[in-house]
Design a protein around this ligand. Structure first.
Ligand code: FCB
Length: 426
């Protein structure tokens, strides 16, 4: 069965940050630090999904999706990241999974979508190798509770974006600006993925995936400098997180001048077979080089295409290009692919641009020559868009953040009809 779903993440929708024993996460700390998030927005209430999940599951049932990708908040399950398990936190996901199953919607949880328990950040966060082991322990606890109903699991969401924005540039939590010295974060997240995969399988998980953010990298010109810079950026954004998982080896990282702290056995753990690769696609990236600021590349604008409210270029065929390039690069080593996020920020209820975006990307992905098994729209609801707060609206459903009223947008109705047509086609 092809999975058609919507995607969300815990800190972006749940709210209820101080309820039922949840501990603080790095995003609580970061969003409450003045100047970090636009207009001082926080996820304290967000979409209040913690209390309104039944209504949100009903919205999904009305939409006609057969899958839902959500994330589990580690600090709800283990408030200090390690040690005591908070049953009340697990109970929430138990209720959510039951509500989904009752509606015939396949639950697809992600174990880490950036809300690390603050207590672990205080010990070094993903710069510390210990966090990988803690992550596997947490994965085992969650799996033990849910694996009777959850068959498909995603370990990490976008380790690239978390490393770069959270530890490299400091524009996301935990707000560290280490530039390339953040690279060990890549290895510890990947090791955490591998260890968690083992823990999930030991608890009976049937399918395990990782979700990577990927982008087709376009060289700004055919000059040797631009081509070399594009290759370097491709290594950082795409290959650093796909190569070890799919081939058991890191790409050449000498351009970044930082050693990856690999120990014997790590790459076997990271490179164990997976049941699928989750891909989040938003747009291509145009690269020239080198940058004037000591970087081995520089970002160039993609002109001549529409942009979203976030200013992101809209290039539907970039998704086809990306998928075909993954196949060309990894061949038989590429497992079935799931588009675990794709979507756009636009304002308004009559969101014709979002309809065009989704229609274009679905059409493009179907042209790719890969074994595609699912597509999840980011996002079900307007939500807390990280450093942008509530300013970027990615939802199929509008949320009034004063009243929490949900109103399906034109794109919701369009997708409902589209999905109806899929089920009559097959
Ligand atoms: C992705 C994130 C997701 C959301 C979208 C717009 O990078 O995984 O949480 O913010 O971007």
């Amino acid at each position: 069965m092809f999975l058609w779903g919507t995607a969300t993440a815990s800190y972006q929708i749940e709210g209820a940050v101080n309820e039922d024993g949840r501990g603080p996460s790095v995003w609580d700390t970061f969003s409450h630090t003045p100047g970090k998030v636009r207009d001082g927005h926080t996820g304290d209430v967000a979409c209040d999904h913690y209390h309104r999940y039944a209504e949100d599951v009903a919205l999904m049932a009305g939409l006609g999706v057969n899958a839902y990708r959500f994330s589990i908040a580690w600090p709800r399950v283990m408030p200090t990241g390690a040690g005591p398990v908070n049953q009340a936190g697990l109970d929430f996901y138990d209720r959510l999974v039951d509500a989904l199953c009752e509606r015939g919607i396949t639950p697809v949880p992600t174990l880490f979508h950036w809300d690390l328990p603050q207590a672990l950040e205080d010990e070094g966060g993903w710069l510390s190798r210990d966090t990988s082991r803690r992550f596997a322990d947490y994965a085992a606890v969650v799996a033990e509770r849910l694996t009777d109903r959850v068959r498909m699991w995603i370990t990490l969401n976008e380790p690239f974006v978390h490393m770069v924005e959270g530890y490299g540039l400091g524009i996301h939590a935990p707000g560290r600006a280490l530039m390339f010295d953040a690279l060990p974060v890549a290895h510890h997240q990947l090791l955490g993925h591998g260890l968690a995969t083992q823990a999930l399988r030991a608890a009976g998980a049937e399918q395990v995936l990782i979700t990577n953010n990927c982008t087709p990298v376009w060289s700004a010109s055919d000059s040797p400098e631009d081509l070399a810079a594009a290759e370097t950026y491709d290594i950082l954004h795409n290959r650093l997180f796909n190569d070890p998982v799919l081939t058991g080896a890191y790409p050449d990282l000498t351009a970044f001048g930082v050693e990856i702290p690999v120990r014997p056995g790590d790459l076997e753990t990271i490179g164990q077979p997976l049941d699928g690769l989750g891909i989040n696609y938003y747009n291509p990236t145009r690269i020239g080089g080198p940058g004037g600021d000591g970087l081995p590349f520089r970002f160039e604008e993609i002109s001549g295409v529409p942009t979203t409210a976030f200013g992101w270029p809209v290039v539907p065929d970039g998704l086809r290009e990306l998928l075909d390039s993954l196949k060309a690069r990894y061949g038989e080593a590429l497992p079935p692919v799931y588009i675990t996020e794709n979507g756009c920020s636009y304002d308004g209820l009559d969101d014709q641009e979002r309809i065009a975006y989704l229609d274009g990307h679905i059409t493009a992905m179907r042209r790719a020559d890969v074994d595609l098994r699912g597509y999840f729209v980011w996002s079900l609801l307007d939500n807390f868009e990280w450093a942008e707060g509530y300013h970027q609206r990615f939802g199929l459903v509008h949320v009034d953040f004063e009243t929490q009223e949900r109103t399906p947008k034109a794109s919701y109705h369009w997708l409902r009809k589209f999905l109806e047509a899929q089920s009559t086609d097959t």
